[in-house]
Design a protein around this ligand. Structure first.
Ligand code: GTQ
Length: 354
């Protein structure tokens, strides 16, 4: 906003203000009245752009990287999906990061831990693992695996196929708070602590170890870290065959933390949707900019004034508050993650279902 008044006085005031600003600037002082309406917006105007990444294109570049640099050398061999509206920030939305990670047969991505929360959504390959505090989660396509903040994790592939997954992290959120700590373990792979799948057995069936029993060894606030496609996909099918369909979401299920019924990570929420062939969602908008993977099917996403065509494994980001709707050309399965978990904690989340 510019301060206005009439006639000759305006030039005079402007000149005085400019002189004031020039004198203040070296002292770290700025006039709020010049920027108030750009700082306190009437509604979200995300600098992030709606954007689609074709899986096949990203994969080609990632495989080329695989020819040039090892997972061990890179620490994490990942192509960052950077939003073109957030250049230089390694961010897909202002609060979230996304990347595609490749682990080739025989490789290990060495063990480290950090303040950032991470999720992995498997795109391709079968039988490679993420180990969390020394417990392997053996991964299949479209499994969701978590590495919550502060827990040691390494990735390995003892199969004969490459494995590729989508990494979703809260890197920009942690950067906002200047709260990043990270360290490497002095060995590449954490020593095995319990058999693969142990936690899924104990926490993955709407049960938990009896308190105080020997079996109770995971951090109690967030024990479960593996959500299998083999479990969530049939659940969506069962819903689709019986339940009424939600006009904005289709058939949708949110992944939850069994310890408290809340979101999977302290900063990140994730869900899956099934849209029957021919189904068109009604338009909605929400403050949680969301990253989607189209798991199966073919769909058109109407996003603001754009139309984006999505095929299997394509990834797309819907920035905060941009109105969107999906049209499913064949039965479509979507995976999505967002910062809704953070926004709910901060009392910021809003949605509008049209
Ligand atoms: O696998 O731990 O894409 O630390 C970015 C940072 C993956 C990981 C990323 C990470 C990781």
């Amino acid at each position: 906003m510019t301060v206005m008044s009439q006639g000759h006085g305006a030039n005079d005031q402007r000149a005085q203000l400019e002189a004031l600003y020039a004198a203040m600037a070296p002292k770290g002082l700025l006039p709020l009245w010049e920027s108030l309406h750009a700082l306190v917006l009437a509604e979200p105007q995300s600098p992030a752009k709606p954007w689609r990444w074709s899986y096949d294109e990203v994969r080609d570049h990632l495989m080329r990287a695989g020819d040039i640099i090892s997972a061990e050398q890179a620490e994490r061999r990942v192509l960052i999906l950077e939003n073109p509206g957030l250049g230089g920030l390694s961010a897909i939305t202002p609060s979230l990061y996304a990347g595609l990670q490749l682990i080739l047969p025989g490789e290990v991505a060495p063990c480290h831990r950090h303040s950032q929360n991470a999720l992995r959504f498997v795109m391709e390959g079968s039988g490679a693992f993420t180990a969390l505090d020394g417990e392997k989660a053996v991964m299949q396509p479209f499994d969701l695996v978590l590495t919550p903040a502060g827990q040691w994790h390494d990735h390995g592939n003892q199969t004969d196929q490459p494995m590729i997954w989508l990494d979703g992290l809260d890197i920009p959120t942690v950067r906002l708070f200047d709260a990043s700590f990270a360290e490497r373990l002095d060995v590449a792979a954490h020593p095995e602590t319990v058999p693969a799948g142990d936690t899924l057995t104990r926490y993955g069936h709407n049960m938990r170890p009896l308190r105080g029993s020997l079996a109770d060894r995971r951090p109690s606030a967030r024990p479960l870290f593996h959500y299998r496609y083999a479990d969530w996909r049939p659940a969506l099918d069962a819903m689709a065959s019986s339940a009424e369909i939600d006009p904005h979401f289709g058939h949708a299920l949110e992944f939850l933390n069994p310890a408290d019924g809340g979101p999977i990570l302290s900063t990140i929420s994730a869900h899956v949707r099934l849209l029957p062939a021919g189904f068109e969602t009604r338009t909605r908008q929400a403050t949680d900019g969301t990253v989607f993977v189209l798991v199966e099917g073919e769909a058109t996403l109407e996003l603001g004034d754009q139309e984006i065509r999505l095929g299997a494994r394509d990834m797309v980001v819907i920035p905060s508050w941009v109105p969107y709707r999906f049209q499913a050309h064949s039965q479509t399965i979507l995976f999505g993650y967002s910062d809704k978990a953070s926004q709910m904690k901060l009392d910021l989340y809003r949605e509008c279902n049209h």
